[in-house]
Design a protein around this ligand. Structure first.
Ligand code: KIV
Length: 274
């Protein structure tokens, strides 16, 4: 093995290095990505984990929910992302229908994510109810990230995209789900849409890292959907901080292009072949 390859490997994020990060109290970063270009940009920017989220149903496909997204679609996008990455850990999100029927189904879907798409880990939503599937996937040597609290694939059961974990019952459910995911062998868990104080408690009670989205500042890491981060959506939830306004930049570029084509300023001599 060449020295270059050896040093690149040393710096690659692994499930073991994430565990050490929790122990050292070093925050973990995760962003969603759906294609090669953004995967390359986020990887070079030092983002630890790239999640090929089923949120692609919302931000790439224009659906109201993530429910229509298929396993084949996530596999396709994960393959694009995996090609752009040198250091980040690529997590493929298991879409609705790919793991709910049986734990055999779950293992089969997870194997496809690794074999066909190049994912290094998979994520699935739910706690106590999916613990057996998590255990079976981990048994197949595939690292699993859990996802509890507001789980978008349960939108109809939740009666909308609502903050979870409020009230004694809700709070107990989130804690039990997170503990079940950990006991089943998950290497990390996403906490979505829960009160900040519950995010802190779950983070303190778990040995595995928690990655928060709308779960307050005390999680071991934070995740955002890239379209929210970059200002590419018309609307963002209140917990989102928009770090750029690429929507406005793209719109202005498209208008300038249209104007210059309209008045024959583009292409000029500098942008034409001789
Ligand atoms: O699909 C997704 O993007 C997610 C994140 C919001 C955690 O599950």
């Amino acid at each position: 093995m060449s020295n270059v390859t050896a040093s690149a490997r040393e710096h690659r994020i692994t499930v073991r290095s994430l565990d050490q990060r929790k122990r050292k109290g070093e925050p973990i970063t995760m962003l969603t990505a759906y294609d090669f270009t953004f995967a390359r940009i986020f990887d070079a920017a030092g983002i630890d984990l790239l999640l090929v989220g089923d949120s692609l149903g919302n931000v790439v496909q224009g659906c109201d929910t993530t429910l229509p997204v298929t396993l084949d679609e996530v596999i396709y996008h994960t393959r694009l992302v995996a090609r752009g990455v040198r250091r980040s850990l690529v997590v493929g999100d298991m879409p609705f229908g790919s793991y709910q029927v049986s734990s055999e189904d779950a293992v089969r879907s997870a194997i496809r994510m690794v074999k066909e798409a190049g994912a290094q880990a998979v994520k699935l939503e739910g706690g106590v109810q999916v613990a057996e599937s998590i255990e079976r996937i981990v048994g197949a040597q595939i690292p699993v990230m859990g996802h509890v609290g507001l789980t978008p694939q349960s939108v109809h059961k939740m009666g909308g995209f609502r903050v979870q974990g409020r009230g004694d019952q809700g709070r107990t459910r989130v804690i039990e789900d997170a503990l079940a995911v950990q006991a089943a062998g998950a290497f990390a868990v996403v906490l979505e849409g829960i009160p900040a104080e519950l995010g802190r408690e779950v983070t303190q009670r778990l040995d595995i890292p928690t990655i928060g989205i709308g779960a307050g500042p005390d999680c071991d890491g934070q995740v955002l959907v890239m379209h929210d981060l970059l200002g590419l959506n018309d609307w963002t939830p209140s917990f989102v901080k928009q770090y750029a306004n690429l929507g406005a930049v793209a719109s202005s570029a498209a208008r300038s292009f249209a104007e210059e084509v309209g008045n024959r300023k583009f292409p000029d001599e500098a942008h034409s072949y001789r």
